[in-house]
Structure formats: structure tokens, C-alpha cells
Design a protein around this ligand. Structure first.
Ligand code: 13P
Length: 243
């Protein structure tokens, strides 16, 4: 399986910087290769700019969120169809920042994922425990429940494991933490869906060029979801080269 190297730009970069970063990465990743696929998830207001910048290259576009309904009176939201039309192939769903600041729960995340699939997007469904759960040794229980309740019943999707305490903190999970959790997620997937071995499981949380080789070499790690380091062209490119 190709490694997925996804950059979540979150609420960062102005229009020029977004376009330039995407254009430069698209130049470097002009041709598809069998090692990795690059995915850029810019703020939605720049989706079409980034789509133009990566046109003709092997770089793919992702949204950072998607609404669970097809259309209607939902002020401020974007439907899967709109994102698809803007050029997105993927959509992050249930990122811990959406769970925390927008009170998204597993039920909502599942319906967003199902609607995304129905409209031809590949959801990247995020799971991960907070520090308190990790300290209490409850990480498998929490992530197991997120997997059981937020995954769509069928269709193609990706899972991203992002321990909340490792996001933007510089604290990375140890290689053993990552190995154990990804193995746990693989077995939880086997209970929840058909063809669990074909679901890509990404790791996210303070991934950098320096730790990417070890993380990407861990069994059941099929890619990375990168926040801060994806805003830096050299760092992000170096992470891709570690695949
Ligand atoms: P950082 O790489 O900045 O820790 O963010 C991870 C993340 O939340 C990606 O979605």
C-alpha cells in the first residue's frame, strides 16, 4: 500500500502563501510514484486556489471538514458535493479540534463520513485519546469506542490516529505507543468492517522530518497526518521522502 502523506494546514496561511506552497510541492511531486501520495488540506476558502496550483500533478486535495447533509439551511457549512466540485478527493472528519471546539461526537462523525462517501469523497476519520485517558491507561477503550461508533458501515475510508496530547505539543508518542495503538486499531477494524487490512491507518501528532522515518517504518502505519511541519515546504517534502 502507498503511504499517505497528508498535510493539515488548519487555519494557517494566506492566499499567496497557500498557492505558493501548493505549487512548489506540485512541481516536486509532478509524477505519481509507488511509495507515497501527497494530500494537502488547506483552509476551505483556498481549496480552489490549491486545486489550480496542483493541477496536472500527483498531489491530491483534501478538505478539513464536511457537513453531513447534501444541502440546505446550514449557514457557514460546506457540503461534500461542493468540496468535490472544488477539487477535493479527501475530507478530514472528526479531527480532535472539531471534537473539542465544535463538540462533534462519534454519531455526527459517522454521518459526515457516510455522506462524504456517498458523494465520492474519501473520509479521513480521526481518532485519539486525550492525555488524561492515556495517563489512566484507558487509551484502547477510548479509541476502540471511537472506532466502533464513528466508522461508516461500508465504503472506502482512512483512519488517522492522533493522540491529542501529541498534537502541536512537540511530544510524540513513543515508537512502542504507536506500534501498540496501530496494532490495536487494525484488530478493532477487523471486528468492525470487511477488508480491514486494506484500510490505511495514519499517525499524527508532532510528526517532523526527524521522526518520520521511524514512524513510517512502524507496522500498521500507512502514512502520516502532519500539522505544523506541513506548513514548511522542506520539512513536509522530507517527511514524504521518508516513505
Ligand atoms: P501537529 O503535527 O502540529 O502536531 O498537528 C497534528 C495534527 O493535528 C494534524 O491533523
Amino acid at each position: 500500500m502507498k503511504k499517505l502523506i497528508a498535510g493539515n494546514w488548519k487555519m494557517n496561511l494566506g492566499r499567496n502563501d497557500a498557492g505558493n506552497l501548493a505549487r512548489n510541492l506540485a512541481e516536486k511531486a509532478a509524477q505519481a510514484n509507488d511509495k507515497y501520495e501527497l494530500i494537502l488540506c488547506p483552509p476551505s476558502v483556498w481549496l480552489t486556489d490549491v486545486a489550480d496550483a496542483i493541477k496536472g500533478s500527483a498531489v491530491k486535495l483534501g478538505a478539513q471538514d464536511v457537513h453531513e447533509q447534501d444541502k440546505g439551511a446550514f449557514t457557514g457549512n460546506l457540503s461534500a458535493n461542493m468540496l468535490k466540485e472544488a477539487g477535493a478527493a479527501y475530507a478530514l472528519i472528526g479531527h480532535s479540534e472539531r471534537r473539542q471546539y465544535h463538540r462533534e461526537d462519534n454519531v455526527l462523525i459517522k454521518s459526515k463520513a457516510e455522506n462524504a462517501i456517498k458523494n465520492g469523497l474519501i473520509p479521513i476519520i480521526c481518532v485519539g485519546e486525550v492525555e488524561e485517558d492515556r495517563n489512566a491507561g484507558r487509551q484502547n477503550e477510548v479509541v476502540g469506542q471511537q472506532i466502533a461508533e464513528s466508522l461508516p458501515a461500508s465504503g472506502e475510508f482512512v483512519v488517522a490516529y492522533e493522540p491529542v496530547w501529541a498534537i502541536g505539543t512537540g511530544k510524540t508518542a513513543t515508537p512502542e505507543d504507536v506500534r501498540a495503538m496501530h496494532a490495536f486499531i487494525r484488530s478493532a477494524l477487523a471486528k468492525a468492517v470487511d477488508r480491514a487490512e486494506q484500510v490505511a491507518i495514519l499517525y499524527g501528532g508532532s510528526v517532523k522530518a526527524a521522526n518520520a522515518p521511524e514512524i513510517l517504518a512502524t507496522p500498521n502505519v500507512d502514512g502520516v497526518l502532519v500539522g505544523g511541519a506541513s506548513l514548511d515546504e522542506k520539512e513536509f517534502w522530507a517527511i514524504a521522502q521518508a516513505a
